[in-house]
Write a new protein. Structure first.
Length: 112
C-alpha cells in the first residue's frame, strides 16, 4: 500500500523533477506533468484533490486501455480523461515497487 508521501519520494528521486505548489501533489519534468493528485469533479460540487489517487502519464491510449482493462482494481479512468494518455491509480492498491516502476516510466516518457 502506497500513499502521497511515497509518490513524492519516488518523483523527487528522479532527475530534474520539479514539484508544483498544490493542495495535493504535482510533479513535472521539462515543464511536462507526469504524476499528480487526481482532481475529482462531481456534478454540482467543487473540485476535490484526491491524494489517495495519482494521475499518471502513460504515453498513449493503447497503454491506458491495457492497464485499465488488465488491472481494473488498480487503474481506472473517467470520461473527462477520454482521449488523453492518462490513467488513475489507486495508491492503496499498489505496492512501493510497482509505484516506483509506474512513476519512473511516466517520467521517462516525458523526458524522451
Amino acid at each position: 500500500m502506497a500513499d502521497a508521501e511515497d509518490v513524492r519520494r519516488v518523483a523527487l528521486g528522479l532527475p530534474d523533477v520539479v514539484e508544483i505548489e498544490s493542495d495535493g501533489f504535482d510533479f513535472r519534468v521539462q515543464n511536462r506533468g507526469f504524476v499528480w493528485s487526481y482532481p475529482e469533479r462531481l456534478p454540482g460540487k467543487p473540485r476535490v484533490l484526491r491524494t489517495d489517487i495519482a494521475v499518471l502519464f502513460v504515453g498513449d491510449e493503447a497503454e491506458k486501455q491495457a492497464l485499465v482493462k488488465g488491472e481494473p482494481d488498480l487503474f481506472f479512468t473517467t470520461p473527462g480523461y477520454d482521449g488523453l494518455p492518462l490513467v488513475m491509480v489507486r495508491l492503496e492498491a499498489v505496492d512501493e515497487g510497482r509505484l516506483t516502476e509506474l512513476i519512473t516510466d511516466a517520467w521517462r516518457m516525458r523526458v524522451e
